[in-house]
Design a protein around this ligand. Structure first.
Ligand code: PGA
Length: 248
């Protein structure tokens, strides 16, 4: 079964309810004939305005993180139920900015991903190496370690989305080459095959993320193992529609 491509935006800590809703309204007619799944992951507080603006369109609204507990004393965190109240279908977990700046561990990422799956929300689980790790030949070892812990205990891996985001390519304008992205994503698929089964690995959608833009999206999307993109900077403007329409 062919994997349906999936292009998701990650607004990070950008936009407001008003500017975000305005962008979504502009994007709707531009992406309505997309052949891929389309989502925008937005700051939690913008979810109500974003879901309202996207209503009736093919743009799904996602979140940027979620906590593993159903409720409780976790100041600053958001639960799956809170997201589900707004019909959220996707949530990013383990983004490298969470790992780097907020001490997010692989164990916590795994708990977040499992909670999302239990709630029927698709986790977009991010993995990726730092520049120094790539330069010292440790990319595959890092990816392997992240996948082993992040995906531990997950029953149906095909219900997740994996995003390969080399940290050195995020927000730097320094995209991985088509070959680098393909090689690492093929490695991720192989590793998922070992951890689960080759059949399951063949079904998992794996996105590339890191300075993907309107110009380089075609080449990346042409790679056999790349099933989509996780788009930061370019999802804050109409370029996002060009990426969604990469096959036109
Ligand atoms: P970028 O971000 O497209 O701005 O590099 C990608 C991401 O962090 O998801």
């Amino acid at each position: 079964m062919a994997r349906k491509p999936f292009i998701a935006g990650n607004w990070k800590m950008n936009m407001t309810a008003a500017s975000g809703a305005a962008l979504i309204r502009e994007l709707i007619p531009l992406v309505k004939d997309a052949n891929c799944d389309v989502a925008l992951c937005v700051p939690a507080v913008l979810i109500p305005a974003a879901t309202e603006a996207a209503k009736g369109s093919n743009i799904k609204i996602g979140a940027e993180n979620v906590h593993w507990a159903p409720s409780g004393a976790y100041t600053g965190e958001i639960s799956c139920d809170m997201l589900k109240e707004y019909g959220v279908e996707y949530v990013i977990v383990g983004h490298s900015e969470r790992r780097q700046y907020f001490g997010e561990t692989d164990e916590a990422i795994n708990m977040r991903a499992q909670a999302a799956l239990r709630a029927g929300i698709t986790p977009i689980i991010c993995v990726g190496e730092m520049l120094e790790e790539r330069e010292t030949g440790r990319t595959n070892a890092v990816l392997s370690r992240q996948l082993t812990i992040d995906l531990g205990g997950i029953e149906d891996i095909s219900k997740t989305v994996i995003a390969y985001e080399p940290v050195w390519a995020i927000g730097t304008g320094k995209t991985a080459t088509d070959e680098q992205a393909q090689d690492s994503i093929a490695f991720i698929r192989k590793r998922i095959g070992e951890l689960f089964s080759p059949e399951a690995a063949a079904k998992v959608r794996i996105q590339y993320g890191g300075s993907m833009n309107a110009k380089n999206c075609k080449g990346l999307m042409a790679q056999p193992d790349i099933d989509g993109g996780l788009i930061g900077g370019a999802s804050l403007k109409l370029d996002f529609a060009t990426i969604v329409n990469y096959d036109k």
